[in-house]
Design a protein around this ligand. Structure first.
Ligand SMILES: *Cc1c(COP(=O)(O)O)cnc(C)c1O
Length: 489
């Protein structure tokens, strides 16, 4: 009897223990379940203003300089090339918030809010305690975040009563985004597409033409600069720098046209802040506090847009985050470039910008397939990096495609090679958590889809993709082209 009482007592104890464990597990389950695979904002929760991080920066990014006078570019000088309102935004480093015009908000609603996705499947596959989220910007026909700025730039061109805009495109994402935006506002759109891409990516070309754009392979005989380059290098496949020079000439030599650019400029970062603001709102909805924020960096527009609101909090001392910019080892402007004034384009027709740069003549090795091949970096991102608000790492392309494939196989989305740079580092950070057991929250920007990059994927699958990291001597050649004037070193 005595033992019976004891047994009863013990079994009651174990029951209590069991229940407590069950409740604990259930709670954990619930807290996990509380966060859906996709966090969507309601239309009514979409940001109505862009956030201009320059207003909060103590050290403002250095102004664009006129290469002739070395004086800051004035409104009047920039006005000949860019739309008036966009010049105002370019020069505005005081207003923290700028209203998004209603018509742009309405266009955004066709493909936004973009989901913030919890990468449950990737986490499981990696066996990491880290919580991984990605902001997916590939849910539109252009396949990338570039539409966020294209629609804004087309809107202001229309407001100004212009006939059309000109631009350059390399791989074609920007040209596609701008074509869509111009079709919407009934603007003429002239795209100078790097000739090799024009020939290798006929589908991109046809998408642009479907939206009514006029696509010219560059160099072409339609501009002075194009004819000059063709006479000098008859068989050339062209370059981005050359296409920029043609697009600028096409705009400035035509009545009612302006030139537009899809990255690097501060106005583009401003428009892309919609990415960061939506991300912040989605995280807030579920009380998620990120530890690490990761973005890929070409000219810096998606990264700048994603991190702006978070960097703002960092600057104001309200929160702290580890922010990582990821660039290709074959085009390492942040990690190995110089922080100086340089030309924004190879043709040297654009103003000088102070930025981390490899020199405007720098070209990544021909085997480089992963995008993000711009020689410089947004002045805003450059200054923030210089001031220690973010870190930068460079990764090799075979590793990037490996990460892309790993991601595609569990999360479903076929990522753009550019975006996959961020995936690679997100996986690396998650694997560090697996070693230490830390449950860090990682957020990264998934900028787009890779349907037009199948030649590069093919090379990877066939084992023909190689890595080339430029030597110091290689980089020296690019640095030699940086303009030299007092104070610029
Ligand atoms: C253009 C592009 C990038 C890089 O441009 P940023 O200005 O550095 O953002 C990244 N991902 C995709 C999918 C792109 O199309």
């Amino acid at each position: 009897m005595h033992t019976g009482i004891q047994m009863k007592y013990v079994s009651k104890l174990t029951d209590a223990w069991r229940i407590r464990e069950l409740v604990k597990e259930r709670r954990k389950d619930m807290s996990e379940k509380k966060i859906p695979y996709k966090i969507y904002l309601e239309e009514s929760e979409m940001p109505r203003q862009w956030y201009n991080v320059r207003a909060d920066m103590k050290n403002k990014p250095a102004p664009l300089l006129n290469p002739g006078t070395l004086k800051p570019m004035t409104f009047e000088e920039l006005q000949g090339v860019f739309c008036d309102e966009l010049v105002k935004q370019e020069l505005n480093d005081t207003d923290a918030y700028i209203d998004i015009p209603q018509e742009i908000q309405d266009f955004y609603k066709m493909y936004r809010p973009a989901p913030l996705v919890r990468a449950y499947c990737l986490e499981k596959k990696l066996g990491t305690p880290a919580k991984i989220y990605y902001k997916f910007e590939g849910n539109n026909t252009s396949g990338s975040h570039k539409l966020n700025s294209a629609i804004a730039q087309a809107y202001y061109a229309k407001q100004q009563g212009l006939k059309g805009v000109t631009t350059e495109t390399g791989a074609g994402q920007w040209g596609t985004a701008l074509s869509m935006a111009c079709a919407y506002f009934d603007l003429d759109c002239k795209v100078y597409m790097v000739k090799v891409s024009y020939e290798q990516k006929p589908f991109r070309r046809e998408v642009m033409r479907t939206y009514g754009a006029d696509v010219t392979p560059s160099p072409s005989d339609t501009t002075n600069v194009g004819r000059k380059i063709l006479a000098e290098f008859p068989g050339t496949g062209g370059s981005l720098g050359c296409a920029i020079s043609e697009a600028v000439e096409a705009a400035t030599s035509r009545e009612g046209y302006r030139y537009v650019l899809g990255s690097v400029l501060s106005q583009v970062l401003l428009h892309q802040s919609i990415i960061g603001e939506e991300t912040k709102a989605a995280l807030k909805k579920y009380d998620i506090q990120p530890d690490i924020i990761i973005g890929c960096a070409g000219g810096g527009s998606n990264l700048g847009g994603l991190i702006s609101p978070f960097v703002g909090e960092k600057i104001r001392g309200e929160a702290d985050y580890k922010i990582i910019a990821v660039e290709p080892a074959s085009c390492p402007s942040l990690t190995r470039g110089k922080y100086v004034y340089d030309f924004c384009d190879t043709g040297k027709v654009c103003p000088l910008a102070k930025m981390y740069t490899l020199g405007s003549g720098f070209m990544p090795a021909p085997n480089h397939a992963g995008g993000l091949r711009y020689h410089g970096m947004s002045s805003v991102v450059s200054q923030l990096y210089h001031d220690g608000f973010l870190e930068a790492v460079s990764v090799e392309q075979t590793e990037v495609f490996k990460a892309a494939e790993q991601f595609a196989r569990v999360e479903g989305i076929l990522p753009a090679p550019e975006s996959s740079h961020a995936i690679k580092v997100a996986i690396d950070e998650a694997m560090k958590c697996k070693e230490t057991g830390e449950e860090k929250t990682i957020v990264f920007g998934l900028t787009g889809t890779g349907y037009f990059d199948m030649v590069a994927y093919g090379k990877f699958h066939d084992g023909q993709m190689t890595d080339y990291i430029p030597t110091d001597e290689d980089l020296q050649k690019g640095f030699a082209g940086i303009p030299s004037f007092p104070g610029n070193e």
